[in-house]
Write a protein that binds this ligand. Structure first.
Ligand SMILES: Nc1nc2c(ncn2[C@@H]2O[C@H](COP(=O)(O)OP(=O)(O)OP(=O)(O)O)[C@@H](O)[C@H]2O)c(=O)[nH]1
Ligand SMILES: [Mg+2]
Length: 329
């Protein structure tokens, strides 16, 4: 999963990026890949002591200023979600800045759509459906409605997908604030929600300073600032729910691993995520919910008591399911 950190010049993108990396000397010109903390993986790793442990990861890009110009939009286009950083520490007008980002994002989409429509007009017939769909998208943007708010069918989304339209991507908005002097975020939060985005406040400067303290002490500092979890943890969990992802798990002596998949994925799709052979030769999926394994960490025992479920292709995978795919190719 890739997330592009964008926003107006000086909004604090690089500060947030460095806080996410845990180091003030992080190279902001390079992608940053962070591990998604997962207590279930910690437990399974402790139990199995495997050769390898693979957590889910999220990659962040610090999109340089000006973030929404055609050159820098590439980073946004290749990402699965966009994050706007709004500078609240400077007590700017959050709503105004948010809307400015929205229009710059939509202007970029509009130019892509207009070019494509112009080309379709020159080409011969046969692309009527695409042209109509693009007109609908264009109308929406001209009415200042980002594409993430428009209801498209799966089929329409497939047609739009090659254009990597930025306002169609899930949106996360971070109000970047200093501990003191935070302007009221209520109206901005509501506006972002109406635009289909998720909103959270992070004190990036403070979080970056925290990186210099030992891990054990950070929690206390965060608590004193009124935060239950670190900004990094909150960004990561917001990204997971924004993209509607869950994790299933696999375990063994060789590897303990978290696999992010779309919520609602079937056992067959989960198998295909691991390897195409597993999907091709799929027989059954053995499922142990993590909480069950935590209380009885003994597969043989669980099998004996009939607590391990054996499911077919259509089974809907749940967050924290420990899967073992039985297959034959
Ligand atoms: N007080 C306070 N200052 C911050 C915070 N975040 C960023 N700053 C300051 O704001 C200035 C700009 O922050 P950057 O993180 O460099 O912003 P940017 O968006 O990367 O800026 P450009 O890449 O130059 O467009 C720096 O001097 C930061 O120290 C914050 O949460 N609180
Ligand atoms: Mg910067």
């Amino acid at each position: 999963m890739k997330i592009a950190l964008a926003g107006q010049p000086g909004c604090g993108r690089s500060t947030l990026f460095k806080a996410l990396s845990g180091s003030s000397s992080a190279d902001t010109s390079k992608p940053l890949t962070v591990h998604v903390p997962d207590e279930r993986i910690d437990f399974l790793a402790e139990h199995w002591n495997p050769k390898s442990i693979v957590t889910a990861t999220v990659t962040f890009f610090d999109v340089p200023s000006p973030a929404f110009n055609p050159k820098n939009m590439g980073r946004i286009k290749e990402s699965s979600a966009v994050a706007y950083i709004l500078d609240n520490y400077a007590l700017g007008n959050l709503e105004e800045t948010f809307l400015q980002n929205e229009s710059e994002l939509m202007i970029s989409d509009l130019s892509i759509i207009e070019k494509r429509i112009a080309r379709l007009q020159k080409e011969s017939k046969g692309k009527l459906a695409e042209a109509q769909l693009l007109r609908r998208a264009m109308d929406s943007i001209e009415n200042e409605i980002p594409l993430r708010l428009v209801e498209f069918t799966e089929q329409e989304l497939d047609i739009l997908s090659p254009f990597s339209l930025a306002s169609l991507k899930p949106l996360l908005v971070v109000s970047n604030r200093a501990g003191e002097g935070v302007s009221d975020e209520t109206a901005a939060g509501e506006l972002v929600t109406r635009h289909g985005g998720a909103f959270l406040g992070i004190d990036s400067g403070f979080e970056l300073e925290l990186c210099d303290f030992p891990e054990e002490e950070r929690g206390e500092f965060l608590e004193s600032m009124g935060f239950a979890e670190s900004g990094k943890t909150r960004v990561l969990s917001a990204a997971y729910s924004l993209l509607d992802l869950i994790s299933f798990l696999t375990m063994g002596k060789d590897e303990v691993r978290a696999w992010p998949v779309k919520n609602g994925s079937t056992a067959l799709e989960a198998a295909g995520t691991i390897h195409s052979d597993l999907a091709r030769g799929f027989i059954r999926a053995q499922v142990i919910p993590f909480d069950l394994f935590k209380t009885t960490p003994d597969e043989a025992e669980l099998r004996k008591t009939g607590s391990t479920g054996l499911h077919g292709k259509e089974y809907i995978v749940q967050d924290g399911d420990i899967l073992e795919i039985k297959f034959s190719v």
